[in-house]
Design a protein around this ligand. Structure first.
Ligand code: IPM
Ligand code: MG
Length: 353
């Protein structure tokens, strides 16, 4: 298994280092793993003047899976848009055709008090958000800022083809089949034609999955329902921008955005694995970040790309154990728990393995 390791910016290096410790343990125990590092985001810009250097893309294409930390930082915010770190991330998703982004929101019982919601609202929470990742207003053309009638206007295009909707719908129905067989498609069909088509195509695909109970919800209502009664959801499928927003919201149900991994898959289940959080420049380099989302992303890699559920579960269980043992980074710390650094959390996980 060849893994392209792209730490990126900010806390990216620290959290990826902990995930690599986990991979090293697996390697020691006999799994064949090759890791190769490359730059992405601001690190790519600093090293080669490009947030997605050609060499990085080449490595990512050749690898079986990609492990990514995070991209972005205030020092890059004034760069031309194509040179910004975020563009590197969007480009690698697009170039590798990683259209299906799986973002689970799972609450560990011990972290119920770390959530800002009442424990009874979030206890037992287990949602999977399937976010379309290579279309929508993120990539639609035309886009830009220009002068019209003597003033500046900014514009983007929200667009989905039926093929794009269909393939992500199939992924979502497939996942629903393996879980609670409930799928909620989230859109804004009361206002947007793009969403109207989305809704129609999802309903067409639903005919192939009669065992799955499909519901639809407008995105504003979904945002409200997620904090009102999140346990009504099993699998959610939605477009790129709605999924971006709702997955951040869902992360807080589980206590901290520092807990949530993600998988971004192409049609052959080749994938890129990254925590859903960003580069957190404010705590970068201080060994304070929570590495668990990145470590759990490695578990997802074994589950979805390497078809090795046993290894995935070994990692998941190790994380459960350190949480049960009371290890907490600052973001999930509550009175009476053991406050640890990023690297200490990594050490605790490999000890638990
Ligand atoms: C995410 C992030 C990215 C996105 C940014 C960094 C471009 O917010 O992965 O959710 O908007 O997709
Ligand atoms: Mg986001």
């Amino acid at each position: 298994m060849k893994i392209a390791v792209l730490p990126g910016d900010g806390i990216g290096k620290e959290i990826v280092a902990q995930a690599v410790k986990v991979l090293d343990v697996l390697k020691r125990d006999g799994l064949k793993i090759e890791m190769e590092y490359a730059h992405i985001g601001g690190a790519g810009y600093d090293a080669e003047g490009d947030p997605l250097p050609e060499s990085t893309l080449k490595l990512a294409r050749a690898a079986d899976a990609v492990l990514l930390g995070a991209v972005g930082g205030p020092q890059y915010d004034t760069l031309d848009r194509p040179l910004r770190p975020e563009r590197g991330l969007l480009r690698i998703r697009k170039e590798l055709n990683l259209f299906a982004n799986l973002r689970p929101a799972l609450l560990y019982p011990e972290l119920a008090s770390a959530s800002t919601l009442k424990p009874e609202v979030v206890a037992g929470l287990d949602i999977m958000i399937v976010r379309e990742l290579t279309g929508d207003v993120y990539f639609g053309q035309p886009r830009g800022i220009e002068i019209r009638n003597g003033e500046r206007v900014g514009f983007n295009t929200m667009i989905y083809s039926e093929a794009e909707v269909r393939r992500v719908a199939h992924v979502a129905f497939g996942i629903a089949m393996k879980r609670g067989r409930k799928l909620c498609s989230v859109e804004k069909a009361n206002v947007l034609e793009c969403s109207e088509l989305w809704k129609e195509v999802v309903a067409e695909v639903a005919r192939e999955y009669p065992e799955v109970e499909l519901s639809t919800m407008y995105v504003d209502n979904a945002a409200m329902q997620l904090v009102r009664n999140p346990k009504q959801f099993d699998v959610i499928v939605t477009g790129n921008i709605f999924g971006d927003i709702l997955s951040d919201e869902a992360s807080m149900l589980s206590g901290s955005i520092g807990m949530l991994p993600s998988a971004s898959l192409d049609e052959h289940n080749k994938g890129m694995y990254e925590p859903i959080h960003g580069s957190a420049p404010d705590i970068a380099g201080k060994d304070l970040a929570n590495p668990l989302a990145t470590i759990l992303s490695v578990a997802m890699m074994y589950k979805y790309t390497f078809n090795d559920p046993v290894t995935a579960e070994r990692i998941d269980n190790a994380v459960k154990r350190v949480i049960a043992q009371g290890y907490r980074t600052g973001d999930i710390w509550t009175e009476g728990c053991r406050r640890v650094s990023c690297s200490e959390m990594g050490d605790a996980v490999i000890a638990a393995m």
